[in-house]
Write a protein that binds this ligand. Sequence first.
Ligand SMILES: [Zn+2]
Length: 359
Amino acid sequence: MNLIIAKSQPATPAERDPRWTALVNRDPAFDGKFVYSVKTTGVYCRPTCPSRLAKPENIAFHADCTEAERAGFRPCLRCRPNDAPLAERHAAIVAEACRRIEASEELPMLDALAKAAGISPYHFHRLFKSITGLTPKAYGAAHRTRRIRDHLAEGKGSVTEAIYDAGFSSSSRFYETSNKVLGMTPSAFRAGGVEAEIKFAVAECSLGAILVAASGKGVCAIFLGDDPDQLVRDLQDRFPKANLIGGNTEFEALVAKVVGFVEAPAIGLDLPLDVRGTAFQERVWQALRDIPAGETASYTDIATRIGAPKAVRAVAQACAANTLAVAIPCHRVVRQDGNLSGYRWGVERKRALLTKERG
Ligand SMILES: [Zn+2]
């Protein structure tokens, strides 16, 4: 006969406390929710303290630091329970560094930023990148880009004013980098929107209507949809000041090439692309182009691949901002559980593309 031995009640009050499991697991979700004290050492700790756990009979729980200190305990020097939680402190360090970068005319040196943050340059660089998804240098460049674009797009003031407002000390220094920042000279940006002249044509493919547009630099838009007129309106919205010109016969050859590519993405698109996004978007888009046809990746995979594992939401936003359907294969990004998730040009088209690619 088998004896069924009832599990006895835990012996100590600490083990009977609902917070005991969180403590045993060093569960970070409970950091800041309670602290615990150790009678034998006289200190109190966060639930996540890396120190070896004391015997349960010596442990007591407290709602917060004040309560623990009122009971006569000192804060542990290892887990510093009376400081803000680690994640909060890290976020504060990075936010402070961002403000510094935004406020300074020249990009501050990494050493200076790290020194102000009170951590090593190596640790600072890693921390900054894990939270913002960008290096401090790329963040500084992206910040200036955004300010100049905003100023120019608002149409207020002169190009020169926009340059000075964005923190460049001289306009000649700005013009040296403007092609990188705006993809053209500031006056062209102001005058013509993203490009003075954009050719386009709408065709039919197995996925419905397809609009292909190209600037002098390369293909700048590939849109898919049901309604050709709507696609042209989308193009106008994307390039509001550009001079949109219907493509000629020569252009139709290019459209045919793009349609052929959409029908069989595995052959690759042998055409220059005119890709314009923020520094971060362009890194995401490059990572998308590195996913081979027939394969998929999750938003988390992409965030990890570009070295910004915490920037999953920003990755999803960058995918949604893609204007080059199929050429930048945002359709190859699916949810972690394999669910197709959204697609700017309709989830049915995403499914069709993926089925086609799996061959
Ligand atoms: Zn501790």
